[in-house]
Design a protein around this ligand. Structure first.
Ligand SMILES: [Zn+2]
Length: 269
């Protein structure tokens, strides 16, 4: 199934309204099948890193934004939980030598979803990880990614290459989270933006995804309407467990990307 393609650039209609320097997509190539968390992933596009380049992750603690101030249920405020987990995640990733860029400088800062994506783009993040808690009558964690482009404020996005990378990232992260959170939070299947409330009202793509030019994954870490999830995420130990699982999942993702970059370099692509 392996086949090498010519280089793919994020150009054309997708970037015209918002010209942002391309992420370091240098080539499309096929990697061997990689077994991660019980899932076989097949990868094609590479966000390559030079040997001395520090990987950058953009952490997006959800809300407040133009969408809402965030959910609340059973005495818990989503915005606050998102913020606390984001800080813990930043601390863990930083200790591993990962550069973290946050989309907010304090918990109450209002940042539009477009702006959040633009911060991730500007940082040339290898991943734009968006932290939320649901309140929809379900339970457990769910990961979402954009499966196709949408259009908002005259801009079309994300480009197909970003959709592809986002899908790959979502499944890879999910594979690790399933293992690390087993017995603590129920694992829901990975879903696309179409399944979200906002996405379903604007052509199946979240605003943050439309403007993303780097891989983007939104994590609903739990459901605040579930008493089980509530009790878990209300404790520092619970939030720490989620942050640690996310840290390990992101580190696995970075290892995977660097392996891909090394393979591409050794082939001279
Ligand atoms: Zn939310």
């Amino acid at each position: 199934m392996s086949q090498a393609d010519s280089s793919m650039k994020l150009t054309g209609e997708y970037l015209k309204p918002m010209p942002i320097k391309n992420p370091n997509i240098k080539s499309i190539t096929m990697l061997p099948l990689v077994l991660i968390g019980g899932c076989i992933l097949l990868t094609r596009a590479a966000y390559s890193l030079s040997p001395n380049e520090k990987p950058i992750i953009c952490i997006d603690p959800g809300h407040p934004s133009e969408t809402s101030a965030g959910a609340s249920d059973n005495g818990l405020v989503e915005r606050h939980i998102n913020w606390l987990v984001a800080l813990q995640l930043r601390s863990l990733l930083t200790k591993q030598g990962v550069k973290c860029v946050m989309t907010k400088s304090n918990e109450m800062e209002f940042v539009t979803n477009r702006r959040r994506a633009e911060i991730a783009n500007k940082a040339h993040a290898l991943l734009f990880i968006r932290l939320h808690c649901d309140a929809a009558g379900g339970n457990g964690f769910t990961l979402y990614y954009p499966s196709h482009s949408g259009r908002k404020y005259g801009v079309t996005g994300p480009p197909p290459a970003v959709c592809h990378e986002s899908e790959k990232a979502a499944h890879l992260l999910d594979g690790v989270l399933k293992v690390k959170l087993q017995g603590y939070l129920h694992a829901n299947p990975v879903r696309t933006d179409d399944s979200t409330y906002v996405g379903s009202h604007q052509g199946g793509v979240l605003t943050g995804s439309i403007f993303a030019r780097v891989p983007t994954v939104l994590v609903e870490m739990c459901d605040l309407t579930s008493h089980h999830d509530d009790k878990f995420i209300a404790t520092n130990a619970g939030r720490e467990r989620v942050a640690t699982a996310l840290d390990q999942a992101i580190e696995r993702y970075l290892e995977f990307q660097m392996l891909h970059a090394r393979n591409a370099r050794s082939k001279g692509i």
